[in-house]
Design a protein around this ligand. Structure first.
Ligand SMILES: [Zn+2]
Length: 491
């Protein structure tokens, strides 16, 4: 799905937003790419042998970096638009996930990665917790490979049950799953320089006995993988709220991405900051599903650089422009409230559009452990570059080129996308992608999947507070089994 590599590409005459503090912006500038590497960023570059991409009227900027996307849910687009996080989990984890075939997983990752590239997301952490068999893992990776996106492939230890029936395929022990994650890492995921790098999605704290959490983190550390998990996504229970326990056991570290963190307390943020751990904020799902306030200000107050994420296309949009906009405006509203509620007016906005773009580019790159390779337009870095603008009514005229990216643009304004020096989208069109074929694949897979799910009952099973009470009992038992005190007194 990629066109043949040109040796040198000159992206010429655009507004260059480097995201590099040393040379932030060029009002008119060019970027020269050789192979997969940026070799020059300057007001004017002579490169007569290079293929030229005209960026007049467009912003040239690093590709967006999404620090948390369950790409495998791309077959469920919009299914959970009106659900709470509890309804969502009740349907997804109890009903839908188990019905995913390996082919469904492949198609979903193909669709999701294409959607990301189309929106200018050149890197994401694929939080991949739909691995029922080794074939699922191979299929999920294949979907990413065919698109050519850069990704931290976070193999999910969570999300599928161990199999006891000898006639069924699947993992019979946790050790089998760990061995499969090692196979995937060694087969596909370069520890160094490739497009796909190593990640592990561990089971959320208190969903499994804490001893299992310890084993999962140790297994991920042995692979030198970036660890990702949902943290502080639930209120009033132990579930996902184990920062203090992780710290107590010496399990927090800098190659961890803690997602959501809405219910964490100041002490938890301090512990994450002390460890150098990263935080991924998904404003649309957090506000739209009842998880709480996106902790942008909390991160900043504690010296943690915010990063942004799409989370699920089963609920919200698949582009980071939307997350920048939603996150920035939410935090401004919260900041402004401090003035308004005492009968005052804010005179200026503390958070700027450039802050939001930093969250969605260089901060994300650092969270992926890729800060030295991507996230800014700097000579020597990988050529992950997007052009935003073009001849459309929401992009003309543009007194502030950067402001218009955050507060006016959408995926259709992402005109050209390079990943690793390869042009994956050109002049608004995905290169060498047969959209009709992709739609047919996706529709067929989705229809069959939904039929299998609904044969066993409704897609959205009724959920009451008794479900929460039952889950709280499970979480309490998991803590008791580990010998840990139950700080939440849930039952
Ligand atoms: Zn998530």
């Amino acid at each position: 799905m990629t066109e043949g590599r040109r040796n040198r590409i000159l992206i010429k005459g655009g507004y260059v937003l480097t995201m590099n503090p040393a040379d932030w912006e060029l009002e008119v500038g060019s970027v020269l790419v050789e192979g997969d590497i940026i070799i020059d960023v300057a007001p004017h570059i002579e490169a007569p042998d290079a293929e030229v991409i005209d960026a007049t009227g467009m912003v040239i900027m690093p590709g967006f970096v999404d620090t948390h996307r369950h790409t495998w849910q791309s077959l469920l687009r919009g299914l959970y638009s009106d659900t709470s996080i509890i309804e969502f989990l009740g349907s997804l984890r109890n009903r839908v996930t188990a019905n995913y075939t390996a082919e469904d997983a492949y198609v979903a990752n193909l669709v999701g990665a294409l959607e990301a590239v189309d929106a200018g997301v050149t890197t994401f952490i694929d939080y991949s917790h739909c691995i029922h068999t080794p074939e699922h893992a191979d299929a999920l990776v294949r979907g990413l490979q065919e698109v050519g996106i850069r990704a931290v492939y976070a193999y999910g230890y969570s999300g599928s049950s161990l199999v006891t029936d000898p006639k069924l395929k699947g993992f019979r022990t946790f050790e089998e799953k760990v061995a499969d994650s090692r196979r995937i890492a060694e087969t596909y995921l370069s520890a160094e320089n490739g497009l796909l790098t190593r990640g592990i999605a561990i089971t959320e704290t208190a969903i499994a006995p804490f001893n299992r959490t310890i084993s999962e983190i140790r297994a991920a550390n042995e692979l030198d993988a970036t660890i990702i998990t949902h943290t502080g996504a639930m209120w009033g229970s132990a579930c996902t709220n184990g920062v203090r326990e992780l710290r107590h056991h010496g399990l927090l570290h800098e190659k961890q991405v803690h997602v959501h963190c809405c219910s964490l307390e100041d002490d938890d943020f301090r512990m994450l900051a002390d460890a150098g751990a990263k935080v991924s904020i998904a404003p649309e799902t957090e506000m739209g599903m009842g998880m709480g306030r996106p902790p942008i200000r909390k991160c900043i107050e504690h010296g943690i650089k915010p990063t942004l994420s799409v989370d699920v296309a089963s609920f919200n949009s698949g582009d980071l422009i939307g997350q920048c906009r939603t996150g920035l405006l939410f935090q401004r509203a919260m900041d402004n409230d401090e003035f308004l509620l005492r009968g005052d007016m804010p005179l200026r906005m503390d958070l700027k559009v450039r802050d939001a773009l930093r969250w969605a580019t260089i901060n994300g790159a650092e969270a992926c452990s890729l800060g030295s390779r991507i996230g800014s337009l700097v000579p020597g870095k990988k050529a992950d570059i997007i052009l935003v603008g073009g001849l459309s009514m929401n992009m003309i005229p543009r007194p502030d080129m950067v402001g218009s990216v955050v507060l006016q643009a959408n995926s259709t304004n992402v005109r050209t996308v390079l990943v690793d020096g390869r042009v994956l989208k050109r002049d608004g069109v995905l290169v060498d992608v047969d959209l009709s074929r992709i739609r047919e694949l996706a529709t067929r897979a989705q229809t069959a999947l939904f039929e299998r799910v609904t044969e066993g009952g409704p897609m959205l099973p009724p959920i009451g507070h008794d479900w929460l009470t039952r889950m709280n009992k499970v979480w309490a038992d998991n803590l008791a089994e580990s010998g840990l005190p139950n700080r939440w007194q849930m039952v």
